[in-house]
Design a protein around this ligand. Sequence first.
Ligand code: KG4
Ligand code: ZN
Length: 342
Amino acid sequence: MQGSGVIVLGVETSCDETGIALVEDGKRTLSEKLASQEELHAPYSGVVPELASRQHIKILGPLLEGALKESGCALKQVGLVAVTKGPGLAGCLLTGLSFAKGLAYGLGIPILGVNHIEAHIHSCFLDGEVDYPSLALIVSGGHTVLAVMRGWRSYELLGQTRDDAVGEAYDKVASMLGLPFPGGPAIEAWAKTGKDSRSPAPRFPRPLLKSDDFNFSFSGLKTAVLYWLKKRGGSPISDTDVAAVASAFQEAVIEVLLKKTFAAARRLKVRTILLAGGVAQNETLRQEFRREAEGSGFNLIYPPKRYCGDNAVMVAALAYRIFTDGGRDDLSLEVVPSLGLC
Ligand code: KG4
Ligand code: ZN
């Protein structure tokens, strides 16, 4: 039940998850609703923007009603509407923004647009403060970003993907292996069974591992998987092969992410590492980062799994802090599909 603080209504529609949350004072979640569109997009092995936008429109209202009911809040108690303004799919962002604007206008309350990548970083703050400087690795279906945070909202981009995002590579490799969309959880599950497989899966390349910068690239790795599968001459892929490829692919991804992130932290003398975004739900990734952090004296923070993927709690919580610092937008707020972190 709510107290007497500012209740922020968070709205998230940047891709294929519709999220609504009511969060009080950036800390107490009164209600959170998340509707995944996985089933809708599964036949296409990827997100279909037009279908995603239409689904957001359909579900936003019922989700809000559900959240109000669950929290016991009345709409008139909401003090701020927070909405993802970008980056993301233009049509999807527009559905959330229009919904948010309608509410802000109707209720006569402020609106605040939030950067989606920053919201993912903020999911590491949900349990408390974070030391600065810290190094944030955001790994999701749309982004692979490594950035230093020198202070509250002070970001310096260190590196990003030159082509596919990590989650996108997971999804595409899963599709090649005939696994369901989204591919991340499926590859993770198969990789577990393939770890000790005797199938002759190759050692896939570790793209840009030795480059002197902190950028990433995953499309070559994805192509290496494709060639390995093609070389087999069209014979059906056995379960053993699926498991072996999933395991070898995931091993390559995690090695690149881990080595580059910790190398950056050492070079910049940063002791705190933040790991967030949909791919950060991967248990093997979390374990490997934890092992390296503990072994080398780094402080590692990642959110609970349910706040790694897209959600509206991180949007509302970040917006509250920006709002208390004096930040707000007006009804001229627009979506910025290619918004960068800084
Ligand atoms: O952050 P998110 O929900 O949406 C974007 O902002 O993109 O991330 C979705 C991505 C998908 O590509 C999905 O396959 C990946 O996160 N993902 C995973 C896992 N769970 C979700 N990747 C690897 N392992 C997982 N367990
Ligand atoms: Zn995201």
